[in-house]
Design a protein around this ligand. Structure first.
Ligand code: ADP
Length: 590
C-alpha cells in the first residue's frame, strides 16, 4: 500500500474503529477479492464489534492499494459517507475507481466544502442525471455575479434534493460561483416559530466558524432576517444558501436578504413572493426508464441489459419514481429471485389513499413500502411503526430510538442499518452521531397505516422517556438530549397526556434547562404550539408573560437564577408559586 494511503488509515484508525461494523464491509471486500475467507473468519471470531474493527483495519494495513480502495468503496456502499470522505483524499490515484470518483466532482476541496455546509451525501445507490444536473448548474452560473433564486421544482419524491446536492458537487461551480461556501438548510413544513429556530441554528452555524458565537440568538423573524442579511453580505459574500423542501411563501420571505439561494419545492409559484433575479428548473416526475433500470441493476449487481423482463414492468408500474425504485431495488438485493413477486405486489393496488397529493402515484409507493416492511422480521416491523410518530422533517439520533425501544445502542444501530439498506430509512452522515429520517411520503404511508394507533405510539415514546429519565431529564446538550427538549411536549400533546404536559411545561426546572440549552425562543414556542391544549389558560398566559419580559435575561451568560426571576413575578402568578416552591426545596436541601 502506498505510504500516503497507509498514513491516512493510521491517522483515522481510531475514528474508523469506533464506527465501522466490520461484517458489513467484509462482504464487499471478499467479493472484491482483497480479503480471503480465512481472514474474514479471523475477524468474525473476535467477540466484540470494536475488536472486529481493530482486527480488520490491522489486516488492511498489511495489504495493497486495492484493499484501501475496496474499504473506501465498501464504506460508500454501506453509507458510512463521512468515513469514506476521510479516506478519499489519499485514495491511490492509479486506480480507475479512484479516478472515477474524482471525475464525479468529489475532490477533497469539494467534499470539505460540502461537509462544512451540511450538504447531504449521495444515496447508497445512486445514478447520475446529467441533463438535469447540468440545467441546475447552468442556472447557478447565472448567480455568479448577482444575487437571486434558482428554484428546482417537481413532485414529491422526484429526486429534487438529491439533484440539488449533486449540482453543487463540482469544483468549478463552487470555485467560480460560490467561493464563499455552500450552506444547506432542510426546511419542510414549518410554522413560523419553527422557522425562527431553523434560522437561529443557521446563524449559529455560520457564526461558529467565525468564532463569534457568543452573540445571543436573534429572537424574532425580523431580527433573524437582519442577522442573516449581515452574515451573507459581509461575512459570506458569494456563498450559496440551499433551502430544501420549501412549502410556504412566507417562509421563503425570511430568506429574502439579497443573497444567492437554490431552493427545492413542490410549488413553482412560491418565488413569486420574493424579489430579485429568478431562474427555475423543472424536475419531471421520474428518473426515466433507462436510469430507473440502472438503479435496479445496481441493487442486484447486474448490467441493465441483463435484467429480466419483469424489471421493465416494475419500472413502468412505479413510473420511474426514484424513491419507489430504490425500495424495490433494496428488496431485490436481498431476494434476487423475486422479480415476479414484487411486480405482482406493485400491481395489487390494495392501498387507496385518503389524501392524494398532486398526481404523484402514491399507490406504487404504498405497495413498495408495504412489501419492504413485510420482509422485515416481525419484531423489526413492530419497531419500525414507531417512526410513525416522529415529526415530519425531523432527524433522530440512534440514542433516542434506543430509549424508545429499550435496547442497547449497538443493537439499535444494527437495526437502523437494516432499515437504511432497505431504503426504508435515510441516514444523514453530515452530523455526528448520525441522524436518521424518513422521506415525508414514507411518513405519510406510516401515518395512514397506523392512524388508529397514533395516540398509543406517542404514549409509548413518552412512557419510555419517563422510565429512562426517572431521576431527572438529560442535561448533556447532545443530539439526544436536544431531541427530548424539542419534541417531548409534541409527543405528550399527541398522546393526549395533558396532565403530564401541564406539569412539564409549567415547571421552572424544565424551562431553565431548555432555555439554557436552546434559548428562550424555543421555550416560548412550546406555549404557542400547545396553547390550544393548554386552553390558553390564565397560567399559560402568566408563563408567556414571564418569558416575554425575561427572555433577554435567559440569553445571558452566566445564566441567571430562574428562581429569583420567578420570585419577581406577582404573588398571584403561578410562576411565582412555582419559584417559591423551588426556593423552599433549595433551602431545605441546604
Ligand atoms: P424529493 O426531494 O424530490 O422529494 P429526494 O431527492 O429526497 O426527492 O429523493 C427521494 C429518494 O429517491 C432518495 O432518498 C433516494 O432514495 C432516491 N433517489 C433520488 N434521486 C436518486 C438518484 N439520482 N439515484 C438513486 N436514487 C435516487
Amino acid at each position: 500500500m502506498e505510504e500516503r494511503a497507509r498514513s491516512c488509515l493510521l491517522r483515522h484508525r481510531d475514528t474508523l474503529q469506533q464506527d465501522i461494523k466490520a461484517s458489513y464491509l467484509m462482504d464487499h471486500m471478499v467479493s472484491d477479492n482483497v480479503l480471503t475467507h480465512d481472514e474474514e473468519e479471523k475477524v468474525r471470531a473476535k467477540p466484540t464489534r470494536k475488536e472486529q474493527a481493530v482486527t480488520l483495519i490491522d489486516l488492511v494495513l498489511q495489504k495493497d492499494n486495492r484493499a484501501y480502495i475496496s474499504v473506501y468503496n465498501a464504506l460508500i456502499r454501506e453509507s458510512y459517507g463521512d468515513l469514506a470522505s476521510l479516506l478519499q483524499p489519499d485514495l491511490p490515484l492509479i486506480s480507475p475507481e479512484a479516478q472515477k470518483s474524482f471525475s464525479d466532482g468529489g475532490t477533497p476541496y469539494v467534499n470539505t466544502t460540502l461537509i462544512e455546509g451540511g450538504v447531504p451525501q449521495r444515496p447508497v445507490v445512486f445514478v447520475t442525471r446529467p441533463p438535469l444536473v447540468n440545467q441546475i448548474r447552468e442556472k447557478l452560473y447565472r448567480l455568479q455575479d448577482t444575487t437571486g433564486w434558482v428554484t428546482v421544482f417537481g413532485m414529491a419524491g422526484s429526486g429534487k434534493s438529491v439533484l440539488a446536492a449533486e449540482a453543487v458537487r463540482d469544483e468549478a461551480v463552487i470555485k467560480e460561483c460560490f467561493p464563499g461556501g455552500v450552506h444547506w438548510l432542510s426546511i419542510g413544513q414549518l410554522e413560523l416559530p419553527g422557522l425562527l429556530v431553523k434560522i437561529q441554528s443557521l446563524c449559529f452555524r455560520l457564526e461558529q466558524t467565525l468564532d463569534s458565537s457568543s452573540q445571543r440568538p436573534p429572537n424574532s423573524i425580523e431580527e433573524a432576517k437582519d442577522r442573516l442579511r449581515y452574515l451573507m453580505l459581509y461575512k459570506y459574500p458569494r456563498s450559496l444558501l440551499i433551502l430544501d423542501d420549501i412549502w410556504d411563501g412566507a417562509v421563503l420571505k425570511a430568506f429574502d436578504v439579497q443573497c444567492r439561494v437554490l431552493l427545492t419545492t413542490r410549488d413553482r409559484s412560491l418565488v413569486d413572493s420574493v424579489g430579485g433575479q429568478r431562474f427555475e428548473v423543472h424536475v419531471e416526475s421520474g428518473l426515466g426508464h433507462k436510469k430507473a433500470l440502472e438503479v435496479l441493476a445496481l441493487y442486484v449487481n447486474k448490467k441493465p441489459e441483463d435484467l429480466p423482463d419483469q424489471a421493465y414492468s416494475i419500472v413502468r408500474e412505479c413510473k420511474c419514481s426514484p424513491l419507489v425504485v430504490s425500495l424495490i431495488g433494496a428488496l431485490l438485493h436481498d431476494f434476487p429471485d423475486r422479480w415476479d413477486y414484487y411486480l405482482r405486489q406493485l400491481k395489487m393496488k390494495q392501498f387507496r389513499r385518503i389524501r392524494k397529493s398532486s398526481s404523484y402515484d402514491y399507490e406504487a409507493l404504498d405497495q413498495a413500502m408495504d412489501a419492504s416492511i413485510t420482509v422485515l422480521q416481525e419484531d423489526y416491523q413492530e419497531l419500525y411503526k414507531d417512526f410513525t410518530v416522529v415529526k415530519k422533517d425531523v432527524k433522530v439520533p440512534a440514542k433516542v430510538l434506543s430509549i424508545i425501544w429499550n435496547l442497547e445502542l449497538e443493537e439499535v444501530e444494527d437495526m437502523l442499518q437494516e432499515f437504511v439498506n432497505k431504503s426504508l430509512l435515510f441516514r444523514d452522515c453530515t452530523h455526528r452521531p448520525y441522524l436518521y429520517y424518513l422521506h415525508d411520503l414514507q411518513l405519510d404511508f406510516l401515518v395512514e397505516q397506523n392512524r388508529s394507533r397514533l395516540q398509543e405510539l406517542h404514549s409509548k415514546v413518552v412512557r419510555q422517556y419517563q422510565q429512562f429519565y426517572r431521576e431527572g431529564p438529560p442535561i448533556s446538550g447532545d443530539q439526544e438530549c436536544l431531541y427530548w427538549f424539542r419534541y417531548l411536549t409534541y409527543h405528550m400533546a399527541n398522546a393526549g397526556l395533558t396532565q403530564e404536559l401541564y406539569t412539564l411545561i409549567f415547571s421552572l426546572d424544565w424551562i431553565k434547562t431548555k432555555a439554557q440549552l436552546m434559548g428562550p425562543v424555543s421555550v416560548i414556542n412550546d406555549y404557542v404550539e400547545h396553547g390550544a391544549i393548554l386552553e390558553n389558560s390564565e397560567v399559560c398566559k402568566q408563563f408567556l408573560e414571564f418569558l416575554s419580559v425575561n427572555g433577554h435575561h435567559l440569553e445571558q451568560k452566566p445564566f441567571p437564577d430562574v428562581v429569583q426571576l420567578g420570585l419577581s413575578q406577582p404573588v398571584s402568578s403561578r410562576v411565582y408559586q412555582e419559584a417559591q416552591l423551588l426556593a423552599q426545596q433549595q433551602t431545605s436541601s441546604g
